[in-house]
Design a protein around this ligand. Structure first.
Ligand code: PLP
Length: 424
């Protein structure tokens, strides 16, 4: 099967991504353009990120460690990037914005920075990055409704003493469903708890703000936010972060280091820095920071309401198309009609998820993800629910299609046509 190459995919926002016209060879030797519908795993590179990296590359030198002009410029670019990203996530004046490798790294950092007796309250359906780093946890069952999520949290916060952290995803990486942050934040704060939001899937699609939304901590990944240069961020309240042991021990995190001896060397006396540097030992990822900041600036300048509306239309087109196919069941946590970002997971009765994704790749040049999406407990539960609704066994794994800047209605049509071939 051959396809006409699409016209360049300019969103009305004027933002564009790289790689929209990559040629791929199909099973029969024909060549078509690749359709990336796997943004939730890793989004393509926004042109603004690539341009910013190209602009700084000639000046690329050590950050925080040199008196030369290139090093000074690199340090300035790194700290400006921190400011831009802080602005993008609505950081308060006294919040820290700490560069990490990704969301997993950011949440592990936060887990290590909690006061010793902190109770962590979260839901069993989180991505593993927001499930496994925590200790001393109360794990709430995956809810069926928003009301159940909110009342379940309230019931479990009542009576807790000592520091409490509630941790929740902003948007599910399995279903795209947006969690009821405002209500959960209100409950958490009413009971004196802090709240951390895993914004890995929310931030690429919707504005989210520490200050405006009253979030205590927020984590995100650059590579899911159109900035594929290996940087992520943990942003939020400074006090726990400054009181904690450094996440990484090494140069850059230290203000003073001296040997301690009693005749023999028995260790080192260290004054650790406070502020972001405390947790950023080692030479930082300048290009990752610059790329992520460029995306944040570009998204801030864009009309995000229109972007979200365009994305909603694509999601609706996809969901309507899937609903019309026999034997296809969609995964969801909350009742139908719940607000969601550009992620839809589904399964096809009688065809394994890996066969579906292989068929889409080899026959249609489409990239989707199949499996349990690093959220095994949630995906298994939602597959069971979807099988029950469909009255058919939908299998043990699912297919996930995810969209963003650069996705077009023609891409969705192609996906639906490919799936329809398997349901005939
Ligand atoms: N949280 C959510 C909701 C995710 O979707 C992901 C990745 O898929 C992560 C956390 C982990 O992100 P990363 O792999 O960039 O650390």
């Amino acid at each position: 099967m051959t396809y006409a190459l699409p016209t360049p995919t300019a969103s009305t926002s004027g933002l564009s991504v790289l790689g929209g016209d990559l040629p791929v060879t199909l099973f029969d030797g024909t060549v078509t353009d690749h359709v990336n519908l796997d943004y939730a795993a890793t989004a393509p590179c926004l042109r603004a990120a690539a341009d910013a990296v190209n602009a700084i590359l000639p000046w690329y030198a050590s950050v925080h460690r040199g008196a030369g002009a290139a090093s000074q410029r690199s340090t300035l670019a790194y700290e400006r990037a921190r400011q831009s990203i802080g602005d993008f996530v609505g950081a308060r004046a006294d919040d820290h914005v700490i560069f990490t490798r990704n969301t997993t790294d950011a949440l592990n950092l936060l887990a290590r920075a909690l006061p010793a007796d902190t109770t962590v309250v979260g839901w069993a359906g989180e991505h593993h990055a927001n499930l496994l780093p925590w200790t001393n946890t109360i794990s709430l069952p995956v809810p069926h409704t928003v009301a159940e999520a909110v009342s379940g949290l309230e019931a479990n916060l009542a009576g807790l003493t000592g520091p409490v952290l509630v941790t929740v995803t902003g948007a599910s990486n399995v279903t795209g469903e947006v969690w009821p942050l405002a209500a959960l934040i209100e409950v958490a704060h009413r009971y004196g708890a802090r709240i951390a939001v895993d914004a890995a899937q929310l931030a690429p699609h919707r504005p989210v703000s520490l200050a405006t939304d009253d979030i205590d901590y927020l984590a995100l990944s650059g590579h899911k936010l159109y900035a594929p240069f290996g940087a992520g961020v943990l942003a939020g309240r400074a006090d726990w972060l400054d009181a904690a042991d450094p996440y990484l021990a090494g140069g850059g995190a230290t203000a003073y280091v001296a040997p301690v001896t009693n005749g023999d060397l028995i260790g080192y006396a260290v004054d650790w820095n406070s502020g972001p540097a405390r947790h950023e030992a080692g030479t930082p990822n300048l290009l990752g920071a610059v790329a992520l900041a460029a995306v944040c600036e570009a998204l801030t300048a864009a009309d995000r309401t229109t972007l979200a509306a365009e994305e909603n239309a694509l999601v609706q087109q996809l969901r309507d198309g899937l609903a019309a196919l026999p034997g296809v069941g969609e995964l969801r946590t909350f009742p139908d009609g719940h607000d969601r970002v550009g992620i839809v997971s589904f399964a096809v009765a009688g065809v394994s998820a890996s066969d579906v994704s292989t068929h889409l790749a080899t026959h249609h040049g489409i990239g989707v993800r199949d499996g349990l999406f690093c959220a095994h407990p949630l995906t298994k539960r939602l597959l069971d629910d979807a099988s029950a609704r469909a009255g058919a066994d939908l299998g043990a794994t699912a297919v996930r299609a995810s969209v963003g800047i650069g996705t077009t209605p023609a891409h969705i049509d192609r996906l639906l046509a490919g799936i329809a071939e398997l349901t005939r």
